[in-house]
Design a protein around this ligand. Sequence first.
Ligand SMILES: NC(=O)c1ccc[n+]([C@@H]2O[C@H](COP(=O)([O-])OP(=O)(O)OC[C@H]3O[C@@H](n4cnc5c(N)ncnc54)[C@H](O)[C@@H]3O)[C@@H](O)[C@H]2O)c1
Length: 468
Amino acid sequence: MSYKGRATVNANLRSAEMRITVIGSGYVGLVVGACLADSGNEVVCADVDERKVEKLWKGEVPFFEPGLDDIVLRNVQQRRLRFTTDVERAIRDGGVIFIAVGTPQGDDGSAEMRYVDAVADTIGQALGGGENVLIDGLKIVLTKSTVPVGTSDRIREIIGRNAKQPFVVCSNPEFLKEGDAVNDFLKPDRIVIGTPETPEGTVARRALHELFEPFNRTHDRMLFMDVRSSELTKYAANALLATKITFMNDLANLAERVGADIERVRVGIGSDPRIGYQFLFPGTGYGGSCFPKDVKALLHTSEVSGHPLRLLAAVDAVNKDQKRILLRKIIAHYATEDLTGKTFAVWGLAFKPRTDDMRDAPSIDLITGLLAAGAKVRAYDPEAAANARYYFEDRITYCDGKDACLEGSDALVIVTEWSAFRSPDFDLIHRTLKAPVIFDGRNLYEPERVAARGFTYYAIGRGVALPV
Ligand SMILES: NC(=O)c1ccc[n+]([C@@H]2O[C@H](COP(=O)([O-])OP(=O)(O)OC[C@H]3O[C@@H](n4cnc5c(N)ncnc54)[C@H](O)[C@@H]3O)[C@@H](O)[C@H]2O)c1
């Protein structure tokens, strides 16, 4: 590869001296940037959103992620973490470039690539000449974003249109969970890195091994592989987890029909170590910023590549149905699809606890359905109300607390399992609701105990069953 133009060659690979650029300061990019700065690297986070960057400079994290604000503030104060809207300058300043922009669902289900493409183009411009920080003569570009198989080739092609300095494109999918993201990044189960089998790939493997070493203390968690396998690994993990959840949801609906209790079945099967207890909780369907769009994107990839994943297509369809399960139970309870005059207290809006993320949250399907049926909604979520306004605007009432939410409501509907909802004051709920009815989408309570307190209690796969 030809090497033209001036460059600062950063040949010293000690992680303390690595200069890192993270493009996209969202849930993933900010965690990556802050945690890499905290382990001693000099990090610049670039984002096109000026308001976000302004807030970050003040140490304010523009979304809710436990523990992240402390790390951001500490590293800004210690000058290891900077923020900028000048993406090209940031690319010049980093030896390792993480692409962490969004890859939302496109119209046909495929991953929307325009943000990734735009970043690739800017990297190409930055490498088109002038000063650039390089590692062993190379700019190392990593895709953190979840991207379809073949994207690294696409990025390499886009960068190559303008680049005059050497670069290598590798895959490094992120497995963090919102709500526990910092811990997941600092103590990962595995660090998957896809590199090409080229001399540049060898340089990248060595540099990345050094970069991720601090997160690898007890044993080696780094899994090096080819780029396409790495890209597919991320989708495979999310698709398998979505399948596990969906299997349990489907089974829960069957359990109701046949008079079994899904919670007992869950414990019965989870005790088998080949199955395990994780991701066996039935609920209102998976949502969030990853599973729905990643399942759709993998399905799209499978279809265009001539091997449609039939099992995954069923998972997608069953999940769509499950997101209406609470609405179906409500309609069955009142024996009418017209809910005019009824008001529902909704506990939980975020797609899961410990986040303010509303992307593809099951609460959207529920509340949209309730409003369409003529009902009114009073909702409470400890963190997600501001983001929920984007979806519901002033069409629902946002309450300050879970008890205030109950006032004037006909029934309580639980959508997100925030821990504050686990041991409520049942007497207060009974006194405040117009009728003692709970629709619990998260199986938070024991049906017998809630029934003994005088409630009609609908749960998922237990409690009062949907009429056959
Ligand atoms: N959120 C998760 O839990 C999670 C977990 C693992 C992987 N991922 C993947 O990581 C990627 C990012 O997800 P996220 O949730 O952090 O997204 P996000 O929407 O929270 O953040 C993306 C950021 O990129 C910025 N951006 C867009 N175009 C840009 C450009 N050209 N230059 C600079 N900045 C730009 C946006 O302003 C935004 O701040 C996605 O591919 C997602 O699938 C997400």
